[in-house]
Design a protein around this ligand. Structure first.
Ligand code: EZ4
Ligand code: CO
Length: 402
């Protein structure tokens, strides 16, 4: 099953996506997502200039060997650019293998462990009132789990609060826009949001919250403790995770479940977090953590330590990544939840897909492969547009984490 072509497709149906399409001599093609929000063209070059020349002529069946060739063979390992490129190759090869076997990818992985994949949607508002209205709207749409984000009094803008409620896209500018952050204001406000949400909606709906890497361990311990009465499903990215042992301190102070890892690229970013049971959900997903091959390894290590999966699923992860993740989610024994931010209609048209939403779940569909394709003609109508994620400063001007 010789690989005869590998093409990188860049398209911007509302936001940028990078897709790799691999074709074999039998005429089977598979696709993989290679999108790295705000740094897209670095991955395009890494693929086109460095990986594709080594890929042509290889046997598409040897997914593991090809993965190891590009990981070990690079000498310079890990990192988001390289791992997104490897992930795209890996995803496309799993797609091809499953198509060749005439099986949906979940069957090739070991079969379905569940009928539907529980997802969570994003409710957000400028203030508590508006966030409550949005939570109500998601409940009406059938969601069983909802992430709630809210504007903070005294801060002009913050992460997770969107103009267009259904289609949040933080990469919003040709040069990075600047946000202002106050930890004190944030910590005072967020418990009030969740007190109100539980008061209005009770305890049957799962509620989640994303801190987006903005606290120190002791501050995260305090927020986790303040939120304990409201029984969150998880508190996400409470602290940046370069220092894995920093989470020991968070853990000592709160029983609020912790989720981490949407920006991790390998198992080496989280092995200590997993083996010391410092988190409850691992957020790595297909595109940024080396594809299906590597994600399986992370999930297996997590399972040993009672940690569940919670794959990242923001809109910058393309329908190709989401489709592949849904097959993974359908199989993986220690599944927790899947993030789901809806793609725009234009994006869905460029990426025809077999997955569907019903009753708070996504279903991967039964099409052979991962069930997502790309309409190249339509894709070519949306040229790349530079777009950056924002940056963040403290009120005194100091650069901070966004
Ligand atoms: O900011 O994917 O949980 N979701 C997130 C996302 C990230 C974007 C960055 O590209 O944190 O909204
Ligand atoms: Co997040």
């Amino acid at each position: 099953m010789k690989i005869i072509d590998a093409k990188v497709i860049v398209t911007c149906p509302g936001r940028n996506f990078v897709t790799l399409k691999i074709t074999t001599e039998e005429g089977i093609h598979g696709i993989g997502d290679a999108t790295l929000n705000g740094r897209e063209l670095a991955v395009v070059s890494y693929l086109e200039d460095h990986l594709v020349p080594c890929l042509i002529g290889r046997d598409a069946r040897q997914i593991e060997d090809i993965w190891q060739f590009f990981y070990r063979g690079a000498y310079w390992r890990k990192g988001p650019v390289g791992m997104a490129a490897i992930a795209a190759i890996d995803t496309a090869l799993w797609d091809i293998k499953a198509k060749a076997a005439n099986m949906p990818l979940y069957d090739l992985l070991g079969g379905k462990s569940r009928e539907g994949v529980m997802v969570y949607g994003h409710a957000n508002g400028e203030d508590i009132e508006e966030t409550c209205d949005e939570v109500a709207r998601y409940l009406e749409l059938g969601y069983k789990a909802i992430r709630a984000q809210c504007g903070v009094p005294g801060m002009p803008s913050t992460y997770g609060v969107a103009q267009d409620k259904m289609f949040y896209e933080p990469a919003d500018a040709d040069l990075p826009s600047e946000n202002i952050w106050s930890t004190a204001k944030y910590l005072n406000h967020i418990p009030k949001l969740f007190a109100r949400l539980r008061d209005q909606f009770g305890f049957d709906v799962h509620l989640l919250h994303d801190v987006h890497h903005r606290l120190t361990p002791i501050e995260a311990g305090r927020l986790g403790k303040d939120l304990e009465p409201y029984r969150l499903f998880w508190l996400e990215d409470a602290v940046t995770a370069e220092l894995q042992e920093g989470f020991r301190l968070v853990r000592q102070h709160t029983t609020t479940p912790l989720a981490l890892g949407e920006i991790f690229t390998t198992i080496y970013d989280c092995h200590q977090l997993l083996s010391e049971q410092l988190i409850d959900y691992i957020r790595t997903t297909v595109v940024h953590a080396g594809g299906i091959t590597h994600l399986k390894r992370i999930a297996s290590l997590a399972e040993l330590y009672h940690i569940k999966t919670g794959c990242h699923g923001a809109t910058d992860l393309s329908p190709v990544c989401l489709g592949a993740a849904l097959h993974f989610d359908s199989w993986v024994p220690n599944f927790g939840i899947q993030e789901y931010m809806r793609h725009t209609e234009a994006t869905d048209e460029v990426f025809p897909h077999a997955y569907t939403f019903a009753d708070g779940n996504l279903y991967p569909g039964d099409t052979p492969g991962h069930g997502v394709d790309i309409n190249e003609e339509l894709a070519s109508k949306y040229p790349y547009q530079r777009a950056y994620l924002p940056v963040n400063r403290l009120e005194d001007g100091t650069m901070f984490n966004w």
